[in-house]
Design a protein around this ligand. Structure first.
Ligand SMILES: [Zn+2]
Length: 220
């Protein structure tokens, strides 16, 4: 009897492990399929992800550099996003928080180099997991920004007091946490506590209140 129980236990465990891995495979296969070319790259609510690709030559028209008080080097965002980000960082700094842009606008060829670097250094699987193919990075819109906090380590931004503040305040300045935990099957990207996207205050507030993603907001 006990042996049978053990057998049953291992069978169930095996099925669960199998389900876990195939679920992941199915999710990954859905992305980078039936890719649509983005037709409205200048729109504020432009959707760029693994199924919606920007034209190679697309460069936002009104890029402006972020004040070096709030960026680690020369970093560019679209004018409206840049102004909102500076406002966010300056209000945060009055409260004792340090929110600094470490990556903002990235052009197609830079993203191409970045993706290929990951493929060469760590393999395709890793590259697909942690980076975007060129044309599929939201950074090319000039509306996305990666930030770091007090620990000066964007990868571990989640551990900072700045992250806790951003979680409940970014929307007041028009930014959303673009790749939330548990929404990977919708966004196509792993959880990125450091990556914020400018969508304007009204949309950001609605997305925050409903706890949804940009994909869900746009019903795509
Ligand atoms: Zn990013």
């Amino acid at each position: 009897m006990e042996d049978n129980l053990k057998k049953a236990y291992y069978i169930v465990l095996g099925i669960l492990i199998l389900l876990f891995f195939t679920k992941d495979v199915n999710i990954k296969e859905e992305f980078y399929q039936n890719i649509k070319l983005v037709e409205n790259p200048d729109q504020l609510l432009v959707l760029v992800n693994k199924n919606n690709q920007l034209p190679n030559s697309y460069i936002p028209k009104n890029l402006e550099s972020i004040s070096l008080r709030y960026a680690n080097k020369d970093k560019y965002l679209r004018k409206e996003a840049k102004q909102a980000f500076e406002k966010l960082s300056s209000e945060a700094s009055l409260l004792g928080y340090r929110i600094v842009a470490v990556s903002a606008y990235r052009d197609y060829s830079y993203q191409n180099e970045l993706f290929n670097y990951y493929v060469e250094e760590k393999g395709l699987e890793y590259a697909l997991d942690c980076s975007a193919k060129p044309g599929h990075s939201e950074h090319q819109t000039g509306l996305a920004v990666d930030v770091e906090g007090e620990n000066k380590d964007y990868d571990n931004f989640e551990d900072t007091k700045e992250f806790l503040w951003m979680k409940d305040n970014a929307h007041r300045f028009g930014f959303i946490l673009r790749y939330p935990k548990g929404k990977e099957h919708i966004t196509g990207f792993k959880y990125e506590p450091w990556h914020y996207r400018y969508v304007g205050i009204d949309v950001a507030t609605e997305i925050y209140n409903k706890n949804i993603t940009l994909e869900e907001y746009l019903n795509n």
